[in-house]
Design a binder for this molecule. Structure first.
Ligand code: ADP
Ligand code: MG
Length: 370
């Protein structure tokens, strides 16, 4: 049985549909990330699961039970908000146990749970401090503690790390993930940060304009983006996206003299290539797609090489990743190539992913592996 079931849920505010006919399930002990740009409906979706808002239409079930009309604690969910605002006049201990106290939990029960939660989050030594005496990361752990002490089977987090600096974020996302796995918590985690999503999630649900764009394991989103939107959103360095055109011998990159990439229609389609899949050949040997290096970003172990394709439609940039010590100099004329399997193809109008049969690839452009 799945832990959370969202079935055809829509939330309308007047004319706008913040969430538009969304369905997904979350398995027991699974960490699912709702990912997408600001305004795509992530918080609205989470608030409906938490019972803070009710769907306009559709149904939400938790542990197989329709939870419409129930409060968060009756649903068995706890939530950590983006603006987690601790009570400044209360100690860490009182901040963490506040929810239990107002619900009338016995003192002994509260003390036991506080001990467990504090140990889990390494907050034992900070229990008598006030929030102002804590670092950002410590405050974040208190906010997390406030949700975890409820020992609810489902934990919801809305951009919990967005106020923290990069290094702390990285540390805390490892801690949250480890904790979630150790305790077997079902977690729905909202973020607009694709790195956070990809590094933490069992499954990522990518949202756009209130709808689900793609729902899959991080590797599925990376290796087979379902649309141009997913291709652009996922990946540390954006995927190269190049419009195609028709030529007698097949599809070519628009504005170039070829070569043909595959037989069949090019116009109206977009070719996608991840920078790490593009090989830069300074000797110009085998590759037949010519370009000029315009920028090199040295990153240590690797370098990001920006090239400009020889193209009569103005500069068409294409980026490649090379070894840090293997980047050609700016101005170098190079040949580009890639493995046939590295190409992604999309409908330029609808954005949807298309499949190219492997057999239709023109072999001359692709890297010769020996
Ligand atoms: P996200 O969390 O992905 O940034 P939200 O769920 O907060 O997005 O918002 C989705 C859309 O719904 C936005 O266009 C936002 O302006 C709108 N919205 C959210 N809450 C309300 C509300 N209480 N009243 C009216 N519109 C709202
Ligand atoms: Mg939000």
């Amino acid at each position: 049985m799945s832990s959370v079931d969202v079935r055809s849920v829509t939330k309308a505010w007047g004319e706008t549909r913040a969430v538009d006919d969304v369905s997904f399930s979350v398995g027991k002990g699974e960490l699912v990330v709702l990912l997408g740009p600001s305004g795509c409906g992530k918080s609205t979706m989470l608030r409906m699961i938490a019972g803070l808002d009710e769907p306009t239409t559709g149904m939400i079930a938790i542990e197989g039970r329709d939870v419409g009309g129930l409060t968060g604690s009756a649903r068995g969910v706890a939530m950590v908000f983006q603006s987690y605002a601790l009570f400044p006049h209360l100690t860490v201990a009182d901040n963490i146990t506040f929810g239990l106290s107002v619900r009338g939990t016995s003192r002994q029960e509260i003390a036991e749970r506080l001990k467990r939660t504090a140990a889990l989050l390494d907050l034992q030594k900070l229990l008598s401090r006030k929030p102002a005496q804590l670092s950002g990361g410590q405050q974040q752990r208190v906010a997390l503690g406030r949700a975890l002490i409820a020992e609810a089977p489902v934990c919801l987090l809305d951009e919990p790390l967005s106020n923290l600096d990069a290094q702390l974020r990285q540390e805390l996302r490892r801690e949250i993930r480890a904790l979630q796995q150790r305790l077997g918590i079902t977690m729905i985690y909202v973020t607009h940060d694709q790195t956070e999503a990809m590094s933490m999630a069992d499954r990522v649900i990518l949202m756009r304009g209130g709808r689900i764009e793609q729902n899959g394991r991080p590797a599925e989103l990376y290796e087979r983006p379902a649309s141009l939107f997913a291709a652009r959103f996922i990946g540390g360095t954006p995927m190269n996206l190049l419009e195609l055109d028709d030529a007698p011998q097949g599809a070519i990159i628009a504005g170039t003299a070829g070569p043909a990439l595959f037989t069949g229609q090019g116009r109206g389609r977009v070719l996608g290539l991840r920078p790490e899949d593009v090989s830069v050949d300074s000797a110009n040997a085998r590759a037949s797609l010519h370009a000029t290096v315009t920028a090199v970003e040295y990153l240590g172990a690797e370098a990001l090489v920006t090239c400009s394709l020889n193209c009569n439609l103005g500069a068409r940039p294409i980026q490649a990743r090379t070894r840090g010590d293997g980047a050609p100099p700016i101005g170098a004329r190079v040949g580009l190539s890639w493995e046939a399997g590295a190409t992604h193809l999309f409908n330029g109008t609808s954005g949807e992913r298309l499949d190219i049969g492997a057999a239709t690839h023109a072999p001359e452009l692709h890297k010769v592996t020996t």
